[in-house]
Design a protein around this ligand. Sequence first.
Ligand code: NAD
Length: 260
Amino acid sequence: MLQGKTAVITGSTSGIGLGIAHRLAQEGVNIVLNGFGDRAAIDAVQKHIATTYDVDVVYNGADVSKVHEIEALFTDAIEKFGSVDILVNNAGIQHVAPVEEMPVEKWDAIIAINLSSSFHTIRLAVPAMKKAGWGRIVNIASAHALSASPFKSAYVAAKHGIAGLTKTVALELAEHKITCNALCPGYVLTDLVEGQIADTAKARNISKEDVVKNVMLSAQPTKEFVTIEQVSEFTAYLCSDSARSITGAMLSIDGGWSAK
Ligand code: NAD
């Protein structure tokens, strides 16, 4: 059902985004990879996905904090593939600090990358989706789209913003066979979390082991990290025909965190 469709996945050079790229390619979806990293390593990933799943894979290194670079990404993607059927807004960064010490440039970057970029990608993807009469938008939000943790003011504000954007867009597109949902993962062990372990240890003046055991996994009743594969599988499901009645939803995948 997804064979031959095209997906733009922001921040897909590592972590969750890369997992989603693999999973959608497995369904026969052509992929626009995006994100930062070593160019030779990205070229190898691009080739690997293309040959493993027999799909077209292009890489666009747009910095999603820059509106004109996002616009160029969509121009290139639509020129190459004719449409963008699936949009996964995944690029994200984090900075952990008490609110009075949160660097202003970190606040601005987090709002731009974790929130505003999704507004821009959605506004650019929707005309082609409406024309095609089908589309799937999956926003990778966070458990922090539903509740807060101290020292993450910018991240929590941006992710709560994604919740509002998801619901509004879902209502606007409901009659166009375009769904828009947000996945709200708990902690997934990726580069982004590895960085937070050190920062949180510093902010709370505790060891890294304590951060994992008593801060991160204490929030998750299962006491296990969510895996990239679980988030990728859920995304693929949301793109399927079976999920066509799911829209505007904040979907937790957090080991029970939001039940508390
Ligand atoms: P990650 O650091 O492994 O990946 C982030 C990706 O975003 C990378 O490909 C990076 O190059 C890209 N990126 C960063 N800044 C960018 C920019 N300005 N322009 C374009 N690309 C940019 O992190 P991850 O853990 O895989 O996070 C992916 C998403 O999942 C984020 O939105 C994050 O908030 C969300 N999330 C992560 C967790 C977790 O525990 N890891 C939990 C909930 C939600």
